[in-house]
Design a protein around this ligand. Structure first.
Ligand code: BGC
Length: 768
């Protein structure tokens, strides 16, 4: 029922709605969906469509355009400008973003429901990216957990917290495949792999949206940025993405498709162009793929002013032209800029945009407002705030714990146990704000537990602290001496290095991804003390550390771990928990290796490790020849610092009894790979078993490896578990030269592996 706006509709409108409902129920045609009307009301979705028909029939052109307007304010501005309230009263606004006070949310919703002509409720949006108040690890860190169920739980908690402050729509998850760590927004991504990002996409959508969108704790998710934003040239934000159609389908689109299959309510169009056409005016992406091929029936919001940014792109001549391009691509809602509001009526009058398109755009928006139950329940209960509940903090700690990746551990430096005297040093050891990471508008540093706080709170530990540098970019060495003295009087150094939160995220790409400031110099000085150094990196991307990697004994990648990062790190350092994170991105040795990713193609001249001649080994005046070198750098070789999927444990694991259910299958059959995993070490720990495949010959060359499945298992020392991975031949399909998904007969290889470069357990089968 239209209880939310019923009292405000004029009597004539109510009568018309009644007639429409009766017409529909009596097998008549409805107003705008003549061809699609089914003979009877079959589901709640049909009823929603009917209700939308009824409202659309009553709305003026201006009110329809109003629904496509998302207005807001910058996060830094406090009050809602009065002119926005006036526009709302006239029905000229469909959504707000960044309205942060509960009073404002309630008041604006009251105006929309009680004073605007149709009483259509607003939908309030916010960037709730990796937590609302309780902050979870940055999405790249969450991907490193290889544990989608933790991410689902984190997104559920974020939704519970955000909705208790009136937010019913988040601009997450970001599903941009990221193969270049220079790109600042890699921190917001699930990394480089389409399969892992797809599993995470489903987890975020399920978590944010819950089982039932009408539940007041459910918030609409938004798959962004459709599409190819992560392929920005050179990792420079907002830059050109040239992605051929095959790579688009086989890599970049996959996580978005997974989000549609998981029922994501909304999409966001990217800032970037794809092959010369900006995403926000791209009919191929927005209509042919998203709507027609995938059947997405939610709505698409532009990114912040991305409609009018088609002007500087050189794709639109002016705002009017931009509005026509955006609307004709069916980007349903315009974020912050006002080109639709200013020009759509004119464009419709001139026949440059059809009113049917506008009706579809409004229909898409209203459909989601109905699905969220906003017409029945436009308000939230401001007294029922659910922030920082103990179970939220526990989940954030577990997520942080499982996100941390042990990259190096010489001579079992870790875990430390409780008897060693620890010198805690470094600019990120006690920085609540920085450890929250990018996109944490609502996170609070005074609620954040830092490594220093967590370690010093544990009375059984002997910890002294000296930061050495005040912040990650600090070049001032005045505090070096004190830090060295602290180190000298301890048994071991825990050095918390990395990047401040502001050094990754939107518009924060870096050309050099090594540790900023004087951090490397301080580490080199500390190394002279001879004390073992444990390097903890908190950053939004992989960090290259050629100059210092040999000077440190252990490395933990902690990403930006969020509110509970300190306690999680403490458990790992001491040995109360074993690290279990795995890299969701290939980790380069040097800047020049980027972009870098494991699922690349093979060349005609693959690397021959035995023939590789390193730059300083080349004889003077060597004769012009390849010298055996092929597709790699003379000065960086062909290997990354650490491969995708890599991460160490305090325990060790043995894989045995690896079997394949058959060595031949047809296109309609499935295969099962089984493996026994045994914990052969002394710690209870989790292991992530990864299954990769390669299609050896294709009508389109295939990647050298593709992740097909993974499973994370918890094992006690000595314990074994049997795992089985079943997949159908159809899951090996690729988007091929015929521009269709195909499964080609031939030989396939499989690897049951610990990371992308582990070839120990190789299997083979034939597809007939
Ligand atoms: C970002 C989006 C974000 C939006 C709203 C844009 O600048 O690209 O990811 O959701 O702002 O804050």
């Amino acid at each position: 029922m239209l209880t939310g706006n019923r009292p405000h509709l004029p009597t004539a409108s109510l009568i018309l709605m009644g007639i429409l409902l009766i017409m529909y129920a009596c097998n008549s045609t409805s107003v705008s969906k003549v061809s699609q009307v089914s003979p009877k009301i079959e589901s709640s979705q049909d009823i929603i469509e009917l209700k939308i028909d009824s409202i659309l029939a009553l709305m003026t052109l201006q009110e329809k355009i109003g629904q496509t307007a998302q207005r807001g304010k910058s996060s830094r501005v406090k009050d809602i400008p009065p002119e926005l309230k006036e526009a709302l009263k006239k029905g000229e606004i469909g959504s707000f973003l960044n309205v942060t006070s509960k009073e404002d949310v309630t008041e604006l919703q009251r105006i929309a429901v009680e004073e605007s002509p149709r009483g259509i409720p607003l939908i309030f949006a916010r960037d709730v990216i990796h937590g609302y108040k309780t902050i979870f690890p940055i999405p790249l860190g969450q991907a490193a957990t290889f544990n989608p169920s933790l991410t689902e739980k984190g997104a559920r908690i974020a939704a519970i917290e955000a909705s208790s402050n009136g937010i019913r729509w988040t601009f997450a998850p970001m599903l941009d495949i990221s193969r270049d760590p220079r790109w600042g927004r890699i921190s917001e991504s699930g990394g480089e792999d389409p399969y892992l990002t797809s599993r995470m996409a489903e987890a975020y959508v399920k978590g944010f949206q819950g089982d039932d969108l009408t539940d007041p704790t459910s918030i609409a998710a938004c798959a962004k940025h459709f599409v190819g934003y992560g392929a920005a040239e050179g990792g420079r934000d907002y830059n050109t993405a040239n992605i051929n159609d095959f790579s688009l389908h086989n890599n970049y689109l996959k996580p978005f498709k997974a989000s549609v299959d998981a029922g994501v309510a909304t999409f966001m169009s990217g800032f970037n162009e794809v092959n010369g056409v900006p995403a926000s005016g791209n009919q191929y992406l927005m209509r042919s793929i998203l709507r027609e091929e995938w059947g997405f029936d939610g709505f698409v919001v532009s990114d912040w002013e991305s409609i009018i940014e088609m002007i500087p792109h050189g794709f639109a001549a002016d705002e009017k032209h931009a509005a026509a391009l955006g609307a004709n691509a069916m980007v349903d809602m315009e974020m912050t800029s006002t080109s639709y509001q200013q020009y759509l009526a004119e464009l419709i009058a001139e026949g440059k945009v059809s009113e049917e398109i506008l009706d579809e755009m409004v229909r898409n928006i209203l459909r989601i407002k109905y699905r969220l139950g906003l017409f029945d329940n436009p308000y939230f209960d401001p007294s029922d705030e659910k922030l920082y509940a103990p179970e939220h903090l526990d989940a954030a700690k577990q997520s942080a714990l499982e996100s941390m990746v042990l990259l190096k551990n010489n001579r079992n430096t870790l875990p430390l146990g409780r008897t060693k005297k620890i010198a805690l040093i470094g600019p990120l050891a006690d920085k609540g704000h920085e450890q929250l990471g990018t996109w944490t508008f609502d996170g609070e540093k005074n609620k954040t537990i830092t490594p220093k706080m967590a370690l010093q709170k544990d009375r059984s530990l002997d910890v002294t602290f000296s930061e050495g540098l005040s912040f990650s970019r600090d070049l001032n060495k005045d505090k070096f001496e004190a830090a060295i003295q602290t180190a000298e009087s301890a048994d071991v150094i825990v050095f918390c290095a990395g990047e401040e939160a502001i050094l990754s995220g939107e518009a924060h790409s870096r050309a050099d991804i090594s540790l900023p400031g004087a951090q490397e110099e301080l580490i080199l000085e500390l190394a002279k003390t001879g004390k073992p150094i444990i390097l903890v990196v908190m950053a939004g991307r992989p960090i290259t550390f050629e100059r210092i990697i040999d000077k440190v004994d252990a490395v933990i990648m902690a990403w930006h771990p969020g509110t509970m990062g300190g306690p999680a790190l403490k458990d790992i350092l001491i040995g109360d928990a074993s690290p279990s994170g795995k890299l969701p991105v290939t980790w380069p040795k040097m800047n020049g290796q980027m972009p870098i990713y494991y699922n690349h193609k093979m060349t005609g001249r693959p690397v021959k490790p035995d023939e590789f001649v390193e730059m300083y080994e080349i004889p003077i005046e060597a004769w012009q020849s390849s010298l055996g070198n092929t597709t790699h750098y003379l000065d960086a070789g062909y290997l990354p610092a650490f491969p995708f999927g890599f991460g160490m444990s305090y325990s060790s694991f043995d894989y045995s009894n690896i079997t394949l259910s058959s060595t031949k299958i047809t296109k309609d059959e499935a295969l099962t790979v089984t493996v026994t995993v045994k914990n052969t070490g002394n710690y209870q720990a989790q292991e992530t078993v990864q299954l990769y495949f390669r299609d050896m010959v294709g009508s389109l060359t295939r990647p050298v490896k593709e992740l097909l499945r993974f499973e994370k298992v918890l094992l006690k020392p000595g314990e074994s578990k049997n795992l089985s991975f079943t997949f159908t031949a159809q899951e090996l399909a690729f988007y091929g030269p015929s521009k269709k998904w195909i499964v080609e007969p031939g030989t396939f290889k499989l690897w049951v592996a610990k990371h992308a470069m582990d070839t120990t357990n190789e299997l083979e089968f034939t597809l007939e």
